[in-house]
Ligand binder design. Structure first.
Ligand code: FAD
Ligand code: PYC
Length: 415
């Protein structure tokens, strides 16, 4: 595949952009592969990419029932941060944040990583204590965060109202190198690099069954026929329970719709990401000028990629309290994604009861930020057959053994 470069843009400008090649191939599935990954979201594609890049395993198929990046990866509010409380989480999220810093160069694809800073407002005494504790924990973990005063909040976000009608802003946890990236570009960049390594990305192909013999996985049944494999990775977010059932085991996962919306575009007015978790709303401004707004998760299990109406009202109310100047903006679009929630709000990454079948799920409302780190750890786990250091704490058996990694506060989203 030809490299993207300033020279290539100039060359194509002179020939009416007729020379660009397709970014990835769209092959039919082969009869067998060394590795099959189910799910071409960010985590599935990143797993495949690091299998090739770090472990030299390229006889890989990534099978996707819709279009690549069409699940939660293309539906999220693109916030990247690593200000989690527990050591296992800080390690994998900070690894991911670090990989995001150079991902555009690594993939030769502009993922528009923008380390503009992420702020989590403290609006109750309880939150003040919680975020100060997280700041101390982050310092020990080597994650750069800082607890800042209301005056500093106002300096960083001039449009904020510090004395809201319900909850005043008492301070904030600030991660200066957190930020955003273009979500589709992350999926597209990994897909292009995987295809370039010879991997097959098979879209519009649903996995309908998992074949096994003597407790070992042998392949998958799909709407485009049977495909054999030596190792299988299940990376399907909200559909993890469905795939686990096909493989013959159960997961402690609930699937719910989480929603987001954008306003009409306006001139630049806010150059950091703000999360207001007590009143519950979070907002950033996209490069196009739209205010990107995240809402809550439905309080009941479902598979509708839409979200309940009352969450729109709650979210808009919360954000108008926090940013009164947005009160007259029109909402442009609203949508939902099916997130996979575990009880401790931490992911599941590693082996399953079925031999050579691995799972990566449970990122819930917060797995966009972790895509590079998760792919890195999942690839290492699949290549060696044993949990990689970053993945070890997130094994499925923690739910049987009671070793929870409680991140319900750091997850930041009401659920
Ligand atoms: P997905 O991108 O959902 O990919 C899974 C893929 O599996 C899908 O494409 C699906 O079609 C495919 N699949 C399912 N079943 C099958 C089958 N049987 N056969 C073949 N393919 C199948 N995280 C953050 O870090 N920051 C945020 O700001 C943020 N905001 C969010 C806002 C919203 C509204 C939502 C919904 C999520 C948000 N998240 C955020 C969470 C984040 O988007 C997800 O955790 C992450 O994208 C999960 O990626 P994935 O690759 O695991 O799943
Ligand atoms: O994990 O930072 C996050 C997040 C923000 C909005 C949804 N998830």
């Amino acid at each position: 595949m030809r490299r993207y470069s300033a020279f290539a843009i100039a060359r194509e400008a002179f020939r009416y952009h007729s020379g660009w090649a397709r970014a990835w191939r769209s092959p039919e599935p082969k009869k067998s592969y060394d590795v099959v990954i189910v799910g071409a979201g960010g985590h599935g594609l990143a797993t495949a990419y690091y299998l090739g890049k770090n472990h030299g395993i390229t006889n890989v198929a990534i099978i996707e029932k819709g279009w690549l990046g069409g699940g939660n990866t293309g539906r999220n509010t693109t916030i990247i941060r690593s200000n989690y409380l527990q050591d296992e989480s800080a390690a994998i999220y900070e690894k991911a944040r670090g990989l995001y810093e150079t991902l555009s160069q690594d993939l030769n694809y502009n993922v528009m990583f923008s380390p503009r800073g992420v702020m989590m407002l403290a609006q109750t005494e309880h939150e003040v204590r919680g975020y100060k504790r997280t700041e101390h924990a982050n310092r020990l973990q080597g994650v750069t965060t800082e607890y800042i005063t209301p005056a500093r909040v106002k300096q960083l976000v001039p449009i904020i109202e510090l004395k809201g009608p319900r909850y005043p802003v008492l301070g904030a946890l600030w991660q200066p190198r957190g930020g955003t990236a273009r979500h589709d570009a992350v999926a597209w960049g990994y897909a292009r690099a995987c295809s370039d390594m010879g991997m097959d990305i098979i879209q519009q192909c649903e996995v309908t069954g998992i074949s096994q013999k003597g407790g070992q996985v042998t392949g998958v049944q799909t709407t485009k026929g049977d495909v054999a494999c030596k190792k299988l990775g299940i990376v399907v977010a909200g559909h993890s329970g469905v795939l686990a059932e096909m493989a013959g085991f159960r997961l402690p996962i609930e699937s719910v719709s989480l929603q987001a919306m954008v306003t009409e575009p306006i001139k630049p007015c806010m150059d950091v990401v703000v999360m207001a978790n007590t009143v519950h709303g979070y907002m950033s401004q996209s490069d196009k000028g739209e205010m990107v707004i995240g809402g809550g998760a439905d309080g009941f299990n479902n598979y509708t990629q839409r979200g309940s109406f009352h969450h729109i009202e709650e979210t808009v109310r919360a954000l108008i309290e926090t940013f009164p100047i947005i009160s007259r903006l029109k909402m442009l679009r609203q949508w939902g994604g099916i997130v996979d929630m575990t009880g401790d709000r931490s992911p599941i990454l590693g082996k399953t009861p079925l031999e050579n079948c691995f799972i990566n799920c449970g990122w819930g409302t917060g797995g966009f930020k972790s895509i590079p780190g998760s792919g890195w750890a999942m690839a290492a786990t699949m290549a060696s057959g044993e949990p990689d250091g970053l993945a070890a704490g997130f094994a499925l058996d923690r739910f049987r053994e009671g070793r929870f990694i409680d991140e319900s506060v750091a997850a930041g989203v009401a659920h």
